[in-house]
Design a protein around this ligand. Structure first.
Ligand SMILES: *Cc1c(COP(=O)(O)O)cnc(C)c1O
Length: 339
C-alpha cells in the first residue's frame, strides 16, 4: 500500500526538478571550504536573513547544539519554553554538549513573552547558574505550529539586550512563520545572535540545516561542527537541493497551511475528537476523547492507508507538506469522517 504520510514534514522525497539540480551540482571538499555549492548556499541563506555568514550542517539538532555551545559557557543557563525542541528532542544535548543548565518557561503553546523571560532570569548570586541565553522556537512544533511575529520577537529581544542575554532562534520551520506573517526574513533575522534553519522540513530538501550568525560566530561554529563530527565532504549535492528549495518551495508553504486548516476544521466537527490545538501553519495536533487511545486510533488510520503518530498521552499530530496534495487531503477527510 502507498501510504499518505502525515507523520512529519521530514518525510518528503526530492522532486524530479530538485534531483536534477542535485545531479548538476558543482562540488568540492567542504571541510577544506572548497565546495562551491555549499559556499553558495551559505552565502544565500545568510543574505536572506541579513546575517554575515552561515554554516551548512547535517541536521537542525546539530545547528541548535552548535549555537548553544558557542553562545554559552559551562555552568550558565539557557531559557527556553518547556515545549522547546532543544530541550525535549535533542537527547539532552544542552547538558551533554555545553554543560549548561536549562530554565523552562511554562507558556501556552510554547510561545513566551518578555515578562516570562524576565521572571526567569537568575539574580547575580553564587547559588544560581548565570542566565546567558534565550532560545525561541519559530514556529513551535509542540505548540501546534504557532508562530511569533516580528513585533513579539522585538519585545523579547529588547529585554534580552537590556539584560545582556544572547538570543538564538530554532527556526526549523521559520519559513512557515514568514509565509504566515508575510514578514521578511531579514526583519526576523536582526533580533537574533544565531539562527538555525532547516531545509529538510517544509522546504522539502532531503538533508541539511544552516546556522547563521556573525563571521566570528560562524568561525567558532565551524570548529564545533568538526568536534561534533559534522564536517562533510562533497556536500554540494545536498546544498544544491537546499538552494533549489529556497528558490522554489517557500511560497508554496501557504498550500500546506491551507490543507492543515481544512484538516483541523474537519476534526473539530467529529464526535471522537476532544480538542484541536489552534492551527496556524502546517501542524495539526488533536486530542482524542478519553476512551480512544492514540495508539489504537493511529493503528486504525494506518489500516486505512494514513500514517500519523501519537504525539502525547491523548493526542495525535498530523503535519502537512510538499508530498501531501489536495487529492490526498480529500481522502484523509473522508477517512476521518468514517471512523
Ligand atoms: C526537526 C526540528 C529540529 C531539528 O531536527 P533534525 O531532525 O535534527 O534536523 C529542530 N527544531 C525543531 C522545532 C524541529 O521541529
Amino acid at each position: 500500500m502507498r501510504f499518505i504520510d502525515l507523520r512529519s514534514d521530514t518525510v518528503t522525497k526530492p522532486t524530479p526538478a530538485m534531483l536534477e539540480a542535485m545531479f548538476h551540482a558543482e562540488v568540492g571538499d567542504d571541510v577544506y571550504g572548497e565546495d562551491p555549492s555549499v559556499n553558495a548556499l551559505e552565502q544565500k541563506v545568510a543574505n536572506l536573513f541579513g546575517k554575515e555568514a552561515a554554516l551548512f550542517c547535517p541536521s537542525g539538532t546539530m545547528t541548535n547544539q552548535i549555537a548553544i555551545r558557542i553562545l554559552t559557557q559551562p555552568q550558565e543557563e539557557v531559557i527556553c519554553d518547556r515545549m522547546a525542541h532543544i530541550y525535549n528532542y535533542e537527547a539532552g544535548g544542552i547538558m551533554a554538549n555545553s554543560h549548561a543548565s536549562v530554565r523552562l518557561i511554562h507558556s501556552s503553546y510554547g510561545k513566551f513573552t518578555p515578562e516570562d523571560v524576565l521572571e526567569n532570569i537568575n539574580p547575580d548570586d553564587i547559588h544560581f547558574p548565570p542566565t546567558a541565553l534565550v532560545a525561541l522556537e519559530n514556529t513551535v512544533n509542540k505548540g501546534g505550529g504557532c508562530y511569533y511575529n516580528a513585533i513579539e520577537i522585538e519585545a523579547i529581544s529588547k529585554l534580552s539586550k537590556e539584560k545582556g542575554l544572547k538570543m538564538h532562534l530554532d527556526g526549523a520551520r521559520i519559513f512557515n512563520a514568514l509565509v504566515a506573517t508575510s514578514e521578511k526574513a531579514e526583519v526576523h533575522g536582526k533580533y537574533f545572535d544565531t539562527i538555525s534553519v532547516c531545509f529538510s522540513k517544509g522546504l522539502g530538501a532531503p538533508v541539511g540545516s544552516a546556522l547563521l550568525g556573525t563571521e566570528e560566530h560562524i568561525k567558532k561554529a565551524k570548529r564545533v561542527r568538526k568536534l561534533f563530527g559534522g564536517g562533510m565532504r562533497q556536500a554540494g549535492y545536498l546544498a544544491a537541493a537546499a538552494i533549489y528549495a529556497l528558490d522554489n518551495h517557500i511560497e508554496r508553504l501557504a498550500d500546506d497551511h491551507r490543507r492543515a486548516k481544512t484538516l483541523a476544521e474537519t476534526l473539530a466537527e467529529l464526535p471522537y475528537i476532544a480538542q484541536v490545538v489552534p492551527v496556524y501553519t502546517n501542524i495539526v495536533i488533536f486530542q482524542l476523547i478519553d476512551n480512544l487511545s492514540p495508539a489504537d486510533f493511529s493503528a486504525w488510520l494506518k489500516a486505512q492507508g494514513i500514517l500519523a503518530n501519537p504525539f502525547s498521552k491523548q493526542s495525535i499530530r498530523m503535519v502537512t507538506h510538499l508530498d501531501f496534495d489536495d487529492a490526498m487531503l480529500e481522502k484523509v477527510v473522508k477517512v476521518l469522517k468514517s471512523y
